[in-house]
Design a protein around this ligand. Structure first.
Ligand SMILES: NC(=O)c1ccc[n+]([C@@H]2O[C@H](COP(=O)([O-])OP(=O)(O)OC[C@H]3O[C@@H](n4cnc5c(N)ncnc54)[C@H](OP(=O)(O)O)[C@@H]3O)[C@@H](O)[C@H]2O)c1
Length: 171
């Protein structure tokens, strides 16, 4: 099973100002929906609560240390990342997709094989950051440019990175 992180980042590496995704970009939402459709998802408790009502065709795993937290029926609370991997494997998932937020990305990026990144051509200056994408570890595999237009206030670049195996990391 591979572990993939999917996120939209500003040019300066932020995923949010303080609450919610700071952009309204329909083609990025479409990209997110297409990539995650029918897949096994992991979300931090904060992001899960923000996305309340979004999970019509998913049964997400929700990462929280709060043993009293009750996700919606059919969704599963997981207290640790290793247990999330265990449940994903039990569902025979080929890929576990980590949908954020920052704490959850930070807890899973050391284990990840793939990053699916929308680089939004906007600078936030401050906010909630995505972990650093170490160029010694991550190699860019695909890149698709999306210009700004009447429905998109910012241009975007859709990127995919793969993790280089330990012995092949660049010095
Ligand atoms: N731009 C994007 O693509 C994107 C994507 C997703 C989210 N976001 C944004 O990211 C922000 C939220 O990020 P966040 O970092 O504050 O929250 P988060 O990662 O969504 O959730 C944090 C919560 O997850 C639980 N948690 C985190 N790490 C854990 C671990 N190792 N073990 C067990 N539980 C753990 C804890 O829950 P308990 O406190 O319940 O124990 C923690 O409070 C929001 O503003 C959201 O809009 C942006």
């Amino acid at each position: 099973m591979i572990i993939t992180l999917i996120a939209a980042l500003s040019e300066d590496g932020f995923i949010s100002r303080s609450h919610g995704v700071p952009w309204d970009l329909p083609d990025d939402r479409k990209h997110f929906r297409q990539y995650t459709a029918g897949r096994c998802l992991l979300l931090g408790r904060t992001t899960y609560q923000e996305m309340n009502g979004w999970f019509t065709d998913h049964k997400p795993l929700v990462l929280t240390r709060d043993a009293t937290f009750r996700p919606q029926p059919g969704h599963r609370r997981v207290p640790t990342v290793p247990l999330a991997l265990f449940y994903a494997q039990q569902q025979q998932a080929k890929e576990l997709i980590v949908c954020g937020g920052a704490q959850t990305y930070a807890a899973t990026i050391p284990l990840a094989h793939k990053l699916v990144i929308t680089r939004v051509h906007d600078r936030l200056g401050s906010g909630i950051a995505f972990p650093a994408i170490d160029p010694q570890r991550w190699i860019e595999i695909t890149r698709i440019e999306h210009p700004a237009d009447a429905h998109h206030a910012h241009a975007m670049t859709f990127l995919t990175y793969h993790s280089l195996p330990q012995g092949r990391r660049r010095a």
